[in-house]
Design a protein around this ligand. Sequence first.
Ligand SMILES: C[S@@+](CC[C@H](N)C(=O)[O-])C[C@H]1O[C@@H](n2cnc3c(N)ncnc32)[C@H](O)[C@@H]1O
Length: 693
Amino acid sequence: MEGKGLCGSMDEFLKQCEQSGDSAYSAFRSLLERLEDPTTRTQARIFLSDLQKRFATKESSEKCLHTFHFRIQDIFIEQYEGYQRRKKLTMMVIPSIFIPEDWSFTFYEGLNRHSDSTFKDKTVAELGCGNGWISIAIADKWLPLKVYGLDINPRAVKISWINLYLNALDENGQPIYDGEQKTLLDRVEFHESDLLAYCRDHDIKLERIVGCIPQILNPNPDAMSKMITENASEEFLHSLSNYCALQGFVEDQFGLGLIARAVEEGIAVIQPMGIMIFNMGGRPGQAVCKRLFERRGFCINKLWQTKVIQAADTDISALVEIEKNSPHRFEFFMGLAGDQPICARTAWAYGKAGGRISHALSVYSCQLRQPNQVKTIFEFLKNGFQEISSSLDLSFEDDSVADEKIPFLAYLASILKESSFFQYEPPSGSRQFRHLIAGFMKTYHHIPLNADNVIVFPSRAVAIENALRLFSPRLAIVDEHLTRHLPRKWLTSLVIENTATDNPSEDELTVIEAPRQSDLMIELIKRLKPQLVVTGMAHFEAVTSSAFQHLLDVTREIGSRLFLDISDHFELSSLPGSNGVLKYLAGTPLPSHAAIVCGLVKNQVYSDLEVAFVISEEEAIFKALSKTVELLEGNTALISQYYYGCLFHELLAFHLSGRHPLAERECEKEKSVEMIGFATSAISVLDEFRVVN
Ligand SMILES: C[S@@+](CC[C@H](N)C(=O)[O-])C[C@H]1O[C@@H](n2cnc3c(N)ncnc32)[C@H](O)[C@@H]1O
């Protein structure tokens, strides 16, 4: 039956199509309006069946494209040998849009390598949907919740809608229902959109983003800046399938700028566990293609790789130009069988001389490693930090490094997003950071500390030097591992012979080095009676608390202050090994003459970042040490506190609070001897200022 009436006669229709591609397009636009209108839909669909039947053979449908500027044909998407009920879709094309070829079919094969659950019930966007066949095939095969087929070419979008009606309704114009009693019209929408603009503007959160978009820079950049409208020239509209404009990304130099932009736009709209699947021409080289994703925080899985003949309608001379101006070499092959890569220049010359050139084509499936954090980083960089974005590298060989660095950058981004400057923090260190350290001690080691028991220093060396200056002991015994950064004069003076009645100047501070072994250290303490002891602990002695207790007792009896360095035994992990000192503190308060020093130095990412903290449960010591930070060495860089703060935060964030009630602590033993007090110079300063934490 020939569709007449609403659609006019077929001959009239074909006559209009014959005039030009533009004219054929406008004939189909009117037909689309009839498909959209439920009252004329059935008839319009029947008219399309009749058109298809009229050019049923392969030859006649080719001729139709040539003469009438459109083609409607069945494409078989599941055609395994021996498989009887071959699945077909009916699809039309017009010359001003992309006509599916090798690239599309490879892409579809790559999509098919995913498990059924990848698309079932999911919200999907297809970038550069062309005539819409991939979006329709996804909807047909996997029953996703919704597929948004997006294309910048307005004509591609209209033809996609026609293709949707062609497949949602049967030849008689009746709806085809799937297993869930839905038709393709319930599952697919097509929209004109520059990459993900449509989803962004409509606040659509996607679970899958798939795309086969151009990878060759337009050899004629002016053409690209032309307004893209439905009425632009056919040639120009078709060129949108093969060429892209400069996008302002580093990847432009490899022709990958459009994909780079798609990925960055995708990071903003994809759900955290979402997957992006891209068809990647291997011409820039596999390493470059992989890097595009990895440096933006993705893990990639190359699902399918094949070789395709370089499309005849795509001029690779833009790649030859890039080779002229850079050391980069693209990767082509001679024929499909070649396996020795040749560069774009050689490929171009070989092609001009009649040779067939091919290149790799792969389907990449990509997922963000730490999705929410990478999203935060990109959200921040989007607003005016293009330069940082270009040099950003979130690719890591080692997962544990990624686990440290990405959360930190995200944390920094969220702080900088809220304020463009670093806030003033008290000299004892950022309250939040001290709070986190105390929280870690409480949660992981059951030591009931609070932020006012913790003083932050730029490094362990500074912490120790400040403690020595604060008390200015006549004699200090310092573990030989910790003397390296102390002023030389302290290590060279020797005032041990002075009697207690002498009144040496405070500058005459003498440091005696001692081995890190508690029995030797204790022997020295007993003999030399220093006013201050700074020591670490050998590993074997740190296992139980007895060496620590012994040191506490001896220093208390003699009247020395003790600074115990636990840096080597302190682990910033979710399963930190304990040690005798921390076990002791869980059950007993830290005596007032003792403090714990801990340098955080073992980070894997920024080996030059250091922070240290001192723990004291004595308010006066807390205040005085805080003051030394202000007076002597300057505050600790906030960036270092953020870095370590973030590590502590990560370790605390998932904990339920109060799951392990803290043990009752025993009371501290009575003081027996008067301890060394603050240096007179320190006292004057401490008296002068009211010390605020
Ligand atoms: C190679 S075709 C792929 C078409 C279809 N997916 C297929 O496989 O047959 C690439 C498509 O990307 C579209 N395109 C180019 N730049 C785009 C952009 N910035 N945003 C959206 N689509 C774009 C082109 O119009 C073209 O339809």
